[in-house]
Design a protein around this ligand. Structure first.
Ligand code: 3HC
Ligand code: NAI
Length: 709
């Protein structure tokens, strides 16, 4: 067969992206093969839309062409609309128009999906008349994660293809489905074995075997969703994604797909899309999309990571066990070492129990669990660490102990092994000083539970080497963590900034715990700060204060709780009382205790508007965030947001404390921080004086200069 290849659009006109056109001649006729091409994920930038638009016109006019196969370059079908265009404004042709024109084609159009087809990318596939996919293909409509909805007809076409109920789940969960599952749900018509060329060939053959005039599916929607079923879905997603506007808007569109003609449903989709797109949640979520990817980049770092195949872990406790699971699940060989045989056995049995639960819940198969477990080797002998590529220490939080162990690691580990500590706040450089190779020492700060929480803070000491940093970043990537490089300061980033939240102060001033928690939860925190204290346990903090002789149960609410042995969930009561299932309830005896402290200090209980509570809780966090930046402890403001979102479940749709501060306006933030009696960060003052915007060139340069200083 003769191939005719051309590239018409893109490049020349400085439009991003292009479409490649190939006219493939076969014995049964000609097929136009269109390939979306826009590195790295063929996002639907203007050049791609223009290309599709033009080529479909050309195909319609070319009587030789019998059918069209649409595919993507670079091992991907299409990653969706170009998210970076959202902020600058999208120019025509609009994606919805391009898809409508494709769908209207008189000649059969087949999507050949290899790699991912996401968002607008899958909507393009929905506009095709058939969808063939390779075994490594995935499909999904993840717009909900960006605070929007599939706005190029996805909410109207998918219900007509697979029914309303499944559509709600695909769009409101937003997680891509792998080929077999996607085919089962109906997102793909067929899955083809073999490589890209085999998929294209199968698609060409398939297209030519279909009736010459395309099938349409644009009549009235599906009957599978009664009002009651959709109402139940609304409730389900209000619980699963509390506070988020997009899932509810998606269900509104799907309702329209069920009840109305296609064109009327499209009108509903357009209205709902515009409402979401102009809202604060979409802005914050799109900001997070880029923040999350940026934070993994270290400017000026050109060192290459060392090989990573095995990980040693010191300490089989809470953290060590979680880190071991996470490493083994991602293919690393794990040596799990504990000096205490009982703790080692307990650690292993906790791991096994966790996986037994995964099998029960069907999130993992027995075979998968066995493979994972076969990678974890419990031991109590240091020599076993000698071949490891990285060792993560997770023993008790004690500097002398850590130094002793790092000296031992220095003696047994092979040259080039990364020596990492999971300390939650100790000085990495002091730990490094116990070794002869401080350039190989770094902090790898996981968050509990380490196999669940997405954040990894890599902590660079002043002597940590480039290769060590590169390897620790690659380690995080391998573990599928959101990995952020931070500076060596007490608490690092997430714990440091969240640690100064104003909860204790507001409580002390006469606001009830349930009101504080309700405000934080309404803001979107998964758990209010006092419930969080009950979970973490008040005893640690109280014992420290007792030791340093500052405990004051008459005048300080936290100390009164500690003295009354109300340690939180572990003692069944804290700020609240807990039942067997650890559900919390208000507790009159806790409230009496709090009231007593208030009366001792002459404080009247008061109600405070939720907005004011939030400011009291989180403006100190913002101020501390600016201090981290001015001290060179973070590379960018958005990294602090990433740490709070992934380390503390700060609601993603709010974008994190720094984003919030810029939304409130820095002058207001500064004024309120001063009113609260806090020492404002110098950088905050400078940013106000110079009217810096978030991510502006000068602001970023100022932060980076502190980091590199
Ligand atoms: N628009 C613009 N840039 C995108 C993009 C998109 N849709 N998808 C990915 N990118 C960029 C990333 O920012 C990153 O850039 P960088 O290298 O400069 O940091 C680069 O492409 C590679 O991305 P990843 O690092 O995420 O690469 P992976 O291989 O790990 O993942 C992916 C690829 C699965 C496609 C992932 O990037 C992804 O999930 N992308 C977003 C998909 C999505 O949400 N699509 C919906 C967009 S909204 C839409 O379509 C609206 C429509 O309904 C109208
Ligand atoms: P843990 O008390 O659950 O476990 C510590 C384990 O270390 C015990 O099993 C103990 O037997 C073992 N151990 C003690 N000395 C040892 C030695 N010489 N060699 C080998 N093993 C030894 O403690 P946890 O909570 O897992 O904390 C570990 C580290 O992680 C600490 O530095 C802590 O600050 C840090 N961390 C804790 C977080 C948490 O939420 N618990 C979060 C992030 C970091």
């Amino acid at each position: 067969s003769k191939h005719l290849s051309r590239v018409l659009f893109g490049g020349i006109q400085a439009m991003k992206g292009q479409v490649q056109y190939e006219k493939r001649k076969t014995k049964d006729g000609c097929v136009a093969i269109l390939t979306m091409d826009n590195k790295p994920v063929n996002a639907l930038s203007q050049g791609v839309r223009v290309g599709l638009d033009q080529y479909f016109k050309e195909v319609a006019a070319d009587s030789e062409v019998k059918a069209v196969v649409l595919t993507g370059a670079h091992g991907v079908f299409c990653g969706g609309a170009d998210i970076s265009e959202f902020a600058t404004g999208v120019e025509g042709p609009m994606l919805g128009e391009v898809i409508a024109a494709m769908e209207a084609s008189e000649k059969p159009v087949v999507a050949a999906i290899d790699g991912v087809a996401l968002g607008g990318g899958y909507e393009v596939a929905l506009g095709c008349h058939y969808r063939l996919a390779s075994q490594r293909a995935q499909a999904g409509l993840p717009e909900v994660n960006l605070g929007i909805l599939p706005g190029a007809g996805g909410t109207q076409r998918l219900p007509r293809l697979v029914g309303a109920a499944k559509s709600v789940d695909v769009m409101c969960r937003g997680a891509p489905l792998k080929a077999p599952k996607a085919a089962e749900v109906g997102l793909f018509d067929r899955v083809i074995e073999g490589d890209h060329a085999a998929l294209i060939q199968a698609s060409v053959d398939f297209a030519l075997s279909m009736p010459p005039v395309a099938e349409r599916r644009l009549g009235r929607g599906t009957a599978d969703a009664a009002d009651a079923a959709l109402a139940a879905k609304r409730q389900e997603y209000a619980k699963l994604r509390p506070g988020e506007a997009a899932p509810q808007a998606i269900i509104t569109c799907i309702e329209a797909a069920v009840k109305q003609e296609f064109k009327d449903g499209m009108r509903v989709e357009f209205q709902e899309f515009c409402k979401l797109m102009t809202g604060a949640q979409a802005q914050a979520l799109q900001y997070m999309f880029f923040a999350e990817r940026q934070c993994q980049k270290v400017p000026g770092l050109d060192a290459k990571p060392r090989a990573l195949q095995s990980c040693g872990i010191l300490g089989a406790g809470l953290m060590g066990g979680g880190i071991a699971m996470c490493c083994a699940e991602n293919g690393l060989k794990v040596v799990l070492l504990d000096v205490d045989q009982k703790n080692l056995e307990r650690g292993m049995s906790v791991i096994k129990k966790n996986y037994a639960r995964s099998v029960e819940r069907k999130s993992k198969s027995q075979a998968q669990v066995e493979t994972i477990l076969s990678k974890i080797h419990p031991c109590s002998n240091y020599e076993a660490l000698s071949e490891c590529d990285i060792v993560v220490e997770a023993v008790f939080e004690n500097m002398d102990l850590k130094k002793k162990l790092f000296a031992q690691l220095d003696a047994v580990c092979k040259p080039g092994c990364v020596l990492a500590s999971n300390t939650s706040g100790l000085d990495i450089d002091q730990i490094a000083s116990a070794t002869q190779r401080p350039e190989d020492v770094i902090g790898c700060h996981f968050f509990s539970p380490a196999n669940v929480m997405k954040l990894l803070e890599n902590v660079r000491g002043p002597r940590t080497g480039g290769e060590t940093i590169a390897t620790a970043m690659a380690f995080g990537k391998k573990l599928k963590k959101v990995t952020c490089l931070v500076g060596n300061c007490g608490g690092f980033i997430a714990n440091r900034v969240m640690g100064v939240s104003g909860a204790a102060k507001v409580l002390q001033e006469g606001v009830w715990p349930q009101d504080i928690d309700a405000a934080a939860e309404a803001y979107g925190m998964r758990m209010g700060p006092l419930r969080m204290w009950d979970l973490v346990g008040l005893d640690l903090f109280g014992r420290e204060r007792e030791k340093s002789g500052v405990l004051n149960p008459e005048q300080v609410v936290f100390d009164a709780m500690y003295k009354a042995q109300r340690f939180g969930q572990k003692s069944g009561k804290g700020f609240y009382q807990y039942d067997q299932q650890r559900r919390h309830q208000r507790d009159p005896s806790a409230e009496a205790l709090i009231q007593q402290v208030w009366s001792n200090t002459g404080v009247q209980p008061k109600t405070m508007p939720q907005e004011e509570i939030i400011e009291n809780l989180y403006l100190p966090v913002v101020n501390e965030g600016f201090k981290c930046l001015e001290e060179g402890m973070a590379i960018r403001a958005s990294d602090i947001d990433v740490c709070c979102v992934f380390g503390y479940n700060w609601p993603r749709y709010r974008g994190g404390p720094m984003k919030w501060a810029f939304t409130v306006g820095l002058p207001t933030v500064l004024q309120k921080v001063e009113q609260m009696g806090l020492t404002p960060s110098e950088l905050l003052k400078e940013a106000v004086a110079k009217k810096w915007k978030m991510n502006s060139k000068d602001f970023n340069a100022r932060i980076l200069s502190a980091w590199t200083a």
